[in-house]
Design a protein around this ligand. Sequence first.
Ligand SMILES: Nc1nc2c(ncn2[C@@H]2O[C@H](COP(=O)(O)OP(=O)(O)OP(=O)(O)O)[C@@H](O)[C@H]2O)c(=O)[nH]1
Ligand SMILES: *[C@@H]1O[C@H](CO)[C@@H](O)[C@H](O)[C@H]1NC(C)=O
Ligand SMILES: *[C@@H]1O[C@H](CO)[C@@H](O)[C@H](O)[C@H]1NC(C)=O
Ligand SMILES: [Mg+2]
Length: 395
Amino acid sequence: MQRRARYVAVTCITLLTLVALYRKYAPLLDPYGSSEDSLVSLPDYAPESGSPSTRESSMGPLHPPAMSGDSGCGNISSSERRANATFIMLARNSDLKGALLSVRQLEDRFNRRYGYPYVFLNEEEFSEDFKRRIRVLTPSRVEFGVIPREHWFQPDWIDAGKANAEMGRMEQMNVKYGGNLAYHNMCRYNSGFFFQHPLVLKYKWYWRVEPSVKFHCDIARDPFLFMEENDKVYGFTLAVYEIPATIRSLWTHVKEFMARHPEHIHAEDNALGFISDDDGRSYNRCHFWSNFEIASLDFWRGAAYTDFFAHLDAAGGFYYERWGDAPVHSIAAALLLRKDQIHLFEDIGYQHDDWSHCPRTHEMWEAGRCLCDSGNSFDYSPDSCRPKWDALVGA
Ligand SMILES: Nc1nc2c(ncn2[C@@H]2O[C@H](COP(=O)(O)OP(=O)(O)OP(=O)(O)O)[C@@H](O)[C@H]2O)c(=O)[nH]1
Ligand SMILES: *[C@@H]1O[C@H](CO)[C@@H](O)[C@H](O)[C@H]1NC(C)=O
Ligand SMILES: *[C@@H]1O[C@H](CO)[C@@H](O)[C@H](O)[C@H]1NC(C)=O
Ligand SMILES: [Mg+2]
């Protein structure tokens, strides 16, 4: 036993030394490689996929050192199972600075140990500068996609005169982003199309990330595998109230959908109680804040949500009103899933704008080496829907 332990230790040290030497000197073996090629001197842990990495170096694709779980080397993440998952960030070229900050924190707090890939989406081509500055932050596969026109822009069947008039009215009434056409396109895209993008189709799970968000704590376990292993479908951190003027007729259309498609509604054990205080007669405006989401792409691609989105889209509310993807996703998750398929990631410290979620218990906060102050968490402020979630799940 002791001899085996010594043998294993020597083998491990030798292997690790070789890997370290290789990482250090590999670029020198390829002095003519472009700067882009040299970015791939670290292994690409992207899940098995048909298409080769877009960034193979001239030495061919590299793989993490093969170390099986029982090699005795301890738990080296690169040898552990990965989910079929990606980060997704929708961004403009002008969002570069915020995008860098978000990726840097995600890498430091989580992904440097996991190597999940990234997909960046934009209705225009990303600039070379955007790609170069993002890629330098991570050895993971990073892909940049352009959104198909028909998925982004206001469709022809929308009455443009009516949409313009309504946007003008919302602008006058100071409805946040009400008069901003690009924002309407973005909300509709995030509601009905991002999961169909060709670069996204090859994945089952995603983690939505926005520019300039903050990750406050170390994320020690793999949230994607957690979702998979616990039969979860939708994960969130913050829950807030929607602005009433943006969703004037949304609930009317949701009720229509429920009447027309009872086969899609999980009436027995869904989370209707989170979004309605009167058993479905009205919407209490609570929603999961969708700038953070860890969820199943297959759920959005499935029959229930496809029918749900088609029903809402046909009503035109993404343009005649300013329906956000957050209430649309949240209402769908609350009605079409069992409530135990929705997960609150209490341990993921997160901030968007000034609103932050910080783990409540001292143990969790300490284990995560959190930068946030639990006392400043938004969760139990009057504008938070967290108490409704707690009540629903009996927390
Ligand atoms: N490519 C592209 N991305 C956009 C556009 N508008 C918004 N986004 C992205 O869509 C997401 C949501 O937009 P935000 O401006 O953050 O909207 P918000 O989170 O509701 O509001 P604030 O963050 O408070 O401004 C972010 O990832 C943005 O980068 C756009 O016109 N084009
Ligand atoms: C290593 O992995 C094994 C099996 O997956 C697990 O039981 C053990 O707790 C892990 N150890 C550490 C230090 O994470
Ligand atoms: C990942 O998930 C997608 C969508 O469900 C699927 O099409 C693809 O085959 C999966 N890839 C792997 C390697 O399992
Ligand atoms: Mg935002």
